[in-house]
Unconditional design. Structure first.
Length: 290
């Protein structure tokens, strides 16, 4: 049941906006979601990053990362399903949810996050330029975050159209959804993230298994109502459980009834005692024990 915007609040590491129209919050250039024939994917020129003044994506200086920007191939074909090698995947209908493998997939994820961030603000001046800048920053942040061996472990999940060996479909036209699951630990004395407790000495973390945190869940409008969001969530739960977590949390805006229903269908429940901590942000904290 996905009749709404599907997105969750972004990871605290990236510090982006809230949302879920099933969770992340809330920049004329080209839009990642084409309106023709219900196609939710971006065109080649939309994602290629041409340096021009007519609304194409601006180039990113090489000094934004310590390494040279990756050589993105926007004509790269999707790997046939039977040739994909990854730890986590889930097949459902004509789709498959799995870990991100290629840089091009990270780029589409970044563009989807930009689309989600500005989805309900179509009248903003230069919205497409702002989307492009947002996506480029998000891309490099994703690459740094998932390459780092320090801090919380994050797994970026994408939902893609199934692909057989005979199919010739590019990655850009394959991705139909994304989310992120990160592994975290509560501070000593906390029973849920953000609980107001006596400050622990030196910010010590609680012993025992950590918890999973879902963020940046988004499915473009033309790909909703196909079970994509719920199956990505089920895969995220598998990731969390395999990493030793015994519970998973997510923040959802208090007015986002559709999001609350989606998570409730999976088994999440609102953490009532967290309400006073989240009043300013207008969010509910939801939890699922696994």
């Amino acid at each position: 049941m996905e009749t709404m915007t599907i997105f969750t609040n972004p990871s605290s590491t990236l510090r982006r906006s809230p949302a879920l129209t099933v969770g992340f919050r809330p920049p004329p250039m080209l839009s990642i979601c084409s309106k023709k024939n219900g196609d939710s994917t971006a065109s080649f020129d939309e994602l290629k990053g041409l340096n021009s003044s007519n609304g194409a994506l601006p180039r990113v200086p090489e000094n934004q990362t310590s390494a040279s920007p990756p050589d993105l191939r926007f004509d790269r074909l999707q790997i046939p399903d039977d040739e994909v090698e990854c730890q986590y995947n889930r097949v459902f209908g004509n789709f498959v949810a799995r870990e991100v493998i290629f840089n091009e997939e990270y780029w589409v994820v970044a563009r989807l996050r930009a689309e989600c961030h500005w989805e309900n603000q179509p009248d903003v001046c230069n919205v497409q330029y702002l989307k492009a800048v947002f996506a480029q920053k998000e891309f490099y942040a994703l690459k740094r975050q998932h390459a780092s061996k320090l801090g919380e472990k994050c797994t970026c999940i994408v939902a893609m159209r199934s692909n057989q060996s005979s199919d010739k479909i590019t990655i850009l036209k394959s991705v139909v959804g994304t989310l992120e699951i990160s592994m975290r630990r509560l501070f000593s004395g906390e029973t849920f993230p953000g609980e107001i407790v006596k400050p622990p000495p030196f910010g010590s973390r609680a012993p025992g298994p950590g918890y999973g945190y879902v963020s940046n869940l988004y499915v473009p409008k033309s790909s909703r109502r196909r079970g994509i969001a719920s199956n990505m969530l089920l895969l995220a739960l598998e990731v969390a459980k395999s990493n030793g977590a015994n519970e998973v949390f997510v923040h959802v805006h208090k007015d986002n009834i559709a999001a609350q229903q989606l998570y409730g269908k999976i088994g999440f429940q609102i953490v009532e005692e967290a309400g006073h901590c989240l009043l300013v942000d207008h969010n509910y904290l939801m939890r699922l024990k696994i």
